[in-house]
Design a protein around this ligand. Structure first.
Ligand code: FMN
Length: 360
């Protein structure tokens, strides 16, 4: 059995999968459900000095992803302080408390949550892409508490610059990324936007976000030495492996936990364990930064040769054949790839469900 425990900034997590700030940590009861579902840590929904006035509708499943316009917690900070954080703390799991947004707001909030927090997670979501207000919020938190402070990054266009700046300003870790937007979706029955926000805008999360999250993590991991918690589009243990390979030290899950319920954390953990075991890894730590190492080890050799077929795994389903733009794939009793016609585009490998194709 591969070892799944990770230690980040001195905090030990029995496994690296936790809820992300959002509905999966929207109150103490949800935090307790996450713990029962197998999470290795708890993250509470971002609170600010005032409860959010959330426009509705505020969540919609869309093809390949999810839109939301939830802002931050609609519960007043007093309720969190009196009730919800205690319930979250009772899980016995490491507790990351989400706070937002400006330095002034953080100065008010951080001392209040100090008795409960194993770490703070500050959101940069409504602070913008300028570095100064982000750094000021971080410094306000660092002055108020002595626990690690993680910066929850939006998919800022200048992600490396901001990541480096927050590391230099004393951030203990990064959490990346928040949802992407603004985006837009329409209910074609009514003609109205899916989201009830003023402009009808929403923020994209779920599976569609994963490539952007991976790129941001990969970019940040190349310029900082502080740990990164990966979040964005995780639906399976294989996704967690990808996040680790890009440089993450743990992960968070929001949309998939909303859609499937809190048992998803344990399922993802078991899938991660199975992936590691089947690939001969003894610890999850072994794959952290694997892609970064491979990309820098030597000049990268890319292959333009035709993929290799494993006939034991191939089910002759034809998914590869139908989408081969070069007409290089045919089937009789075996799958055949014509090396003269194959362009080496790799699409068939990514579409093969039984994973019967690989680069040579
Ligand atoms: C409905 C909803 C509410 C969210 N609320 C917060 C929040 O309060 N604070 C925060 O930092 N991120 C919030 N997020 C962003 C998530 O924590 C996460 O970064 C993002 O959804 C990407 O992860 P996912 O693809 O696993 O959902 C929210 C996301 C959703 C879908």
């Amino acid at each position: 059995m591969a070892k799944l425990g990770v230690t980040i900034c001195g905090i030990h997590f029995a496994n690296p999968v936790m809820p992300a700030a959002g509905p999966p940590g929207k109150d103490g009861a949800m935090c307790q459900a996450a713990a029962r579902g197998g999470a290795g840590g708890i993250v509470t929904k971002t609170i600010s000095v005032q409860p959010a006035e959330v426009p509705r509708p505020c969540m919609a499943e869309i093809q390949g992803g999810f839109l939301n316009t939830e802002l931050w917690s609609e519960l007043p900070k007093e309720q969190w302080l009196e009730t919800e954080y205690k319930l979250a703390k009772d899980t016995g799991l490491p507790l990351l408390i989400g706070l937002g947004y400006t330095a002034e707001q953080i100065r008010q909030l951080a001392p209040l949550v100090k008795p409960y927090a194993d770490a703070l997670e500050l959101s940069t979501h409504y602070v913008g892409n300028d570095i100064s207000p982000i750094i000021e919020a971080l410094q306000a938190a660092k002055q108020a508490v002595d626990v690690p402070v993680f910066m929850k990054m939006s998919p800022h266009p200048n992600i490396q610059e901001i990541a480096k700046a927050v590391e230099n300003a004393g951030a203990d870790g990064l959490v990346m990324i928040n949802s992407f937007g603004p985006c837009f979706g329409i209910d074609i029955e009514t003609g109205l936007p899916l989201m009830g926000s003023k402009e009808g805008y929403g923020w994209l999360s779920g599976a569609a976000l994963k490539p952007l999250a991976l790129r941001c993590i990969y970019d940040a991991a190349r310029v900082v030495n502080i740990p990164i918690i990966g979040v964005g589009g995780i639906t399976s243990g294989r996704d967690v492996a990808e996040m680790f390979m890009a440089g993450a030290s743990a992960v968070q899950v929001c949309t998939e936990a909303i859609l499937k319920g809190p048992a998803i954390y344990g399922k993802i953990v078991r899938e991660l364990e199975a992936f590691l075991g089947s690939h001969g890894y003894e610890t999850v730590e072994e794959i952290r930064g694997l892609t970064l190492r491979k990309m820098t080890e030597s000049a990268r050799q890319t292959s333009m040769a035709a993929p290799v077929v494993d006939p034991q795994k191939c089910t002759l389903c034809g998914r590869c054949e139908v989408s081969c733009a070069y007409s290089a794939i045919s089937r009789d009793e075996h799958l055949k790839i014509d090396p003269q016609k194959c362009f080496g585009c790799g699409l068939c490998i990514s579409r093969c469900r039984p994973r019967a194709l690989r680069m040579p």
